[in-house]
Design a protein around this ligand. Structure first.
Ligand code: AKB
Length: 338
């Protein structure tokens, strides 16, 4: 029996999955299958060929997917984010590392079964960086991919290691065997904090910015857990989704790296607050700094150098700080809570 050729999205019911399914369903004629513990929103469920309920840690389930479908593109989005990972580091390691290893093996076996490389898209994060103190962060400026790779969080360690695992599967897989054949084409975007108008994040440390906006739109008070001057890069979700799709479509020979920084704007927490208060007059946003979560944000760069992504595969975000708020976040979020 012929297997159906499909795109597989893990962790599809999360924030990136939400945007990716909507956008991908418009552009691909291949079916989309999803794998997640949590169900998709009903409207998203209608856009996919099959919604599989289960875990990336379930090898039997992955075997069944392999026998039924010919997958040649994987978006492996399933992960525990940085704050949640600090609460349950062992679970984070299982999901973020062992889960990713399972998915890389799955991709290799898929590729072996149909004879082509499986393109494997992996969202890494600015959490892969770790700057030792604020003076260094201030001096570092736009951090390049190979600088400051000393993450201080479980999640950051998981992400950085999985970037290397992906590189191993693509470039060094079973290098001592007589005839090693890698069937995984691993490509990775290091995302800044992503801000979506459609979903509220959970479990991340960059969540203060999206939480501030969604709380103001819902007329709820919000106490921001970082200092007003805390600064990291952010990106509007449509640009994040576009980055994944662009990198997936890039000719392999153009790629000079495994992991690519992507950036868009990098406001301080107070600059976000100002724009939110202007859009939602009366918004009650105060500060109640959580020194431990602040420590994590302080270890992340204030900005990233994304020249390689721009040069190699034409990354060009559509939303700067002003446009992200005036044309995407504020109107869409306002509509959402009307
Ligand atoms: C988190 O805060 O954990 C994520 C990230 C920056 O990767 N949003």
């Amino acid at each position: 029996m012929l297997r159906k050729t499909v795109v597989l999205i893990t962790g599809a019911s999360g924030e990136i999955g939400h945007g990716l399914i909507t956008r991908l369903a418009r552009q691909t004629d291949r079916g989309i299958i999803t794998l997640d513990l949590a169900p998709l929103e009903p409207a998203l469920g209608k856009l996919v060929q099959r919604e599989i309920s289960g875990s990336i840690l379930d090898s039997n389930l992955l075997q069944r997917v392999l026998s039924e479908y010919e997958v040649d593109l994987v978006f492996h989005l399933a992960a525990l984010l940085s704050t949640r990972s600090e609460i349950t580091p062992m679970t984070a390691h299982q999901v973020n590392v062992e889960g990713t290893l399972n998915m890389l093996e799955f991709a290799q076996h898929q590729g072996e079964s149909h004879g082509r490389a499986v393109t494997f898209l992996y969202p890494s994060s600015i959490a892969a960086y770790g700057l030792p103190d604020l003076t260094t962060k201030g001096k570092a400026g736009k951090v390049k991919e190979d600088e400051w790779n000393h993450p201080i969080t479980m999640y950051g360690c998981n992400k950085l290691y999985c970037e290397h695992l992906g590189d191993y599967y693509t470039n060094h897989y079973k290098q001592l065997s007589a005839d090693p054949v890698s069937r995984v084409d691993f490509r990775c975007v290091r995302f800044p904090g992503l801000i979506s108008a459609a979903t509220v994040p959970s479990g991340g440390t960059s969540d203060y910015a999206p939480e501030m906006i969604h709380a103001a739109a819902r007329k709820q008070p919000y106490a921001c857990f970082v200092r007003p001057d805390a600064r990291i890069p952010f990106m509007a979700m449509p640009d994040g989704v576009e980055a994944l799709l662009q990198l997936a479509a890039a000719p392999r020979e153009k790629l000079t790296r495994t992991a690519y920084n992507v950036g868009a704007f990098n406001p301080s927490a107070d600059e976000v607050r100002e724009v939110v208060v202007k859009a939602f007059p009366g918004a009650q946003i105060t500060y109640k700094v959580d020194t431990k979560r602040q420590g994590i944000v302080d270890s992340w760069p204030a900005d990233v150098n994304d020249c390689s992504a721009r040069q190699d595969w034409g990354f060009a975000p559509q939303y700067n700080f002003d446009r992200a708020f005036s044309e995407y976040l504020i109107p869409t979020i306002r509509e959402r809570y009307r």
